[in-house]
Design a protein around this ligand. Structure first.
Ligand code: NCD
Length: 304
């Protein structure tokens, strides 16, 4: 992975994934061993969309490796407001940093920007496309709680626009996973994603009703309806509020069901689940630091 761009979960083999997860576990066990590993290293942050977890955990990760960030800051105060192209911004900022993290509303933007830079570029979300670094922390959380082999996972909510879903579904094809996709008809997985999953030989089923599969699941991965991606707000209002779960919903679930969510949640998971043993979404968010430390360490060639 040394000096690779990380654009899509499709590029990650099982060996790549296991290398990141094993290193993340090693880091989590003894973070101090990695404290000076990337002293002097600067990570360029280019966030063209809101972010709390991804941006802050990348920042924490590089700082815990001994490095620091150079941050473009809010789009409205950057030269993007003067009409600068993404390609030009990326070319300039690669001169200020050893690697770049990009979040952008356009699908394909990370791939495009990566073609203009020589430093590794990590896709932190490109529109409704991909979010591969989220997937690595999702897989880490699944591995810790349910194991990645012989997994029954339900992925519920906005499967059309949810980039975390698209990345996770692809990555799971490297493992022996049975994937159940639960959504309203209008928010089904895009045809292109379904096609790719079939090409990879994935075992997938689609449902409109969680009750059809809940009692067989090891993991339920809940997602937010991506309001910002709807061209027509009345379409959003038709599906908003569907597919919410609460403690009562989970009465028919397995006792060891792991409930995950990439966060932020709006109303998909009731707060009455937060204090149950099912709830792992805050652990999941916290896992973003060791996992992104591991990824940065590998991409920056820390073991060379
Ligand atoms: C997700 C995203 O930005 O795609 N958030 C995250 O990175 N944890 C999910 C979302 O916004 O719903």
């Amino acid at each position: 992975m040394r000096h690779d761009h990380i654009i899509s979960a499709k590029q990650l083999s099982r060996a790549d994934i296991e290398e990141v997860l094993d290193r993340a576990a090693d880091i989590a066990a003894d973070p101090s061993a990695y404290a000076d590993r990337h002293a002097e290293t600067l990570l360029g942050l280019l966030f063209f969309e809101p972010s709390t977890r991804t941006k802050m955990s990348f920042t924490a990760a590089i700082k815990r490796l001994g490095g620091d960030v150079v941050d473009m800051g809010p789009v409205e105060y950057s030269s993007v407001k003067k009409g600068e192209s993404l390609a030009d911004t990326a070319r300039v900022v690669e001169g200020y940093a050893d690697a770049l993290v990009l979040r952008h509303p356009s699908e394909g933007s990370a791939k495009m920007a990566s073609e203009f830079v020589d430093v590794p570029l990590l896709n932190a979300g490109d529109g409704a496309g991909q979010h591969p670094t989220q997937t690595l922390l999702d897989l880490y959380t699944i591995r810790e709680n349910a194991g990645l082999d012989d997994l029954n996972i339900g992925i519920m909510g906005d499967l059309k626009y949810g980039r975390t879903v698209h990345s996770l579904a692809h990555a799971l094809t490297n493992f022996d996973a049975h994937q159940h996709f639960i959504s309203p008809e209008s928010l089904r997985l895009p045809r292109s994603v379904r096609y790719d999953l079939h090409e990879e030989g994935a075992t997938i089923r689609e449902h409109t009703d969680l009750d059809d599969v809940l009692d067989s699941l090891d993991v339920l991965y809940v997602t937010r309806i991506q309001e910002e991606r709807f061209a027509d707000q009345s379409e959003y209002r038709k599906v908003a509020g569907e597919y919410q779960i609460d403690a009562e919903t989970l009465e028919s679930a397995r006792e060891d069901l792991t409930v995950m969510h990439p966060l932020p949640r709006v109303d998909e998971i009731d707060h009455d689940i937060d204090d149950t043993d099912h709830a792992k979404y805050f652990d999941q968010a916290h896992n973003g630091v060791p996992v992104r430390m591991a990824l940065l360490d590998l991409v920056l060639g820390g073991d060379q």
